[in-house]
Design a protein around this ligand. Structure first.
Ligand code: UDP
Length: 327
């Protein structure tokens, strides 16, 4: 059985992916410092090391004790607004953290790595078209820039040390497990779907929609929303691809469907059959008008297709929040 080390495996995307990897026959070791992740999110079938990947000595211990075949590096900081406030922390976590991981991989001759990157590397460059992997990157905040730096760091390290990699640029990830036992555990989420559901459930008073004057069909921003379970399954297929000996590559992971923020608010009302209290306010700084994926490459090379709809995403997050609140 192949043994995968998942850094950040207690986080939202990491923990769903750990479960999916185990369900598909991989064994998994999780490394997470629990700074934003939660131990309760880690699948009980995985082995867990509580440590910070920027601490190279502690991180190396895993490779002394476990036989690791490949690494999925999800650990990192992911909040755009926070990255504007704390750029040094973002470079430290996302660039120095990855550099430490790569140094250890080189030392222990681990030759396969998957890396979580982001569609925000495209900045405003996919305004009037879907982003392909060839769309020029134009990061507009430290979060996106540190993720792009990570992509390049992996590329050059892999070329020099004979490693292979798969990098995913995630679009807007949302949703929860279908049995409502795992979902986004962040206390004060900044994302639209969790915020809309929190408002429906009475945890927030009103949903603020940021900006109604964008050059889009209804004036609100367009995004491409992907279910966390579809994303988790993509990681399994990416891992299979690496173990088949396929060449290094980078893929967009989205659904190629764009929804405006107003459409999200309306969909939340339709799916939950409840009235959502929402108002339009000023734009939020740094929001591109439209971010939409072209996923031809991942469809043809990994044979991956998203299975879940926007309604599935909204309903699973809603059920997860209801379930969490009733515990
Ligand atoms: N958004 C909003 N109200 C919220 C949260 C988000 O209007 O409470 C908007 C945001 O301005 C953007 C879209 O919803 O246009 C998606 O934002 P989110 O934070 O979910 O993801 P992002 O695309 O920023 O990664």
């Amino acid at each position: 059985m192949k043994n995968i080390l998942v850094t950040g495996g207690a986080g939202y995307i990491g923990s769903h992916t750990v479960t999916e990897l185990i369900d598909h026959g991989y064994s998994v070791v999780v490394a997470d410092d629990l700074s934003t992740g939660s131990e309760a999110a880690i699948d009980s079938r995985a082995k867990f090391y509580k440590l910070d990947v920027t601490n190279q000595e502690a991180f190396s211990q895993i490779f002394e004790q476990e036989s690791i075949d490949a690494v999925l590096h999800c650990a990192g900081k992911i909040i755009v607004s926070e990255s504007m406030e704390k750029p040094l922390e973002y470079y430290d976590a996302n660039v120095t953290g990855l550099k430490n991981v790569l140094e250890v991989l080189v030392k222990y001759k681990i030759d396969k790595i998957m890396f979580s990157s982001t569609a925000s590397v495209y900045g405003n460059n996919c305004f009037d078209r879907k982003a392909t992997e060839e769309t020029p990157v134009a990061p507009v905040n430290p979060y996106a820039e540190t993720k792009y730096a990570g992509e390049r760091l992996i590329h050059w390290t892999a070329s020099r040390f004979n490693m292979r990699y798969v990098i995913f640029r995630y679009f807007n990830v949302a949703g929860a497990s279908l049995d409502s036992t795992n979902g986004l555990r962040v206390k004060n989420p900044t994302h639209i779907i969790p915020n809309a559901n929190k408002t429906i459930l009475g945890e927030n008073h009103v949903l603020q929609i940021f900006g109604q004057d964008y050059d889009t069909k209804d004036g609100t921003c367009i995004r491409d929303y992907i279910h966390v379970l579809d994303l988790a399954r993509a990681h399994v297929m990416g891992m299979d691809y690496l173990f088949e000996g396929q060449p290094s590559d980078l893929f967009n992971i989205g659904t190629e469907k764009g929804y405006s923020v107003t459409e999200i608010a309306q969909a939340v009302e339709r799916v939950t059959k409840r009235k959502l209290n929402y108002i339009y306010v000023d734009r939020r700084e740094g929001d591109p008008a439209s971010v939409l994926a072209d996923c031809s490459k991942v469809r043809s090379k990994l044979k991956w297709e998203p299975k879940y709809s926007l309604d599935d995403i909204i309903l699973s997050d809603y059920n997860w929040r209801k379930n969490k609140n009733s515990i």
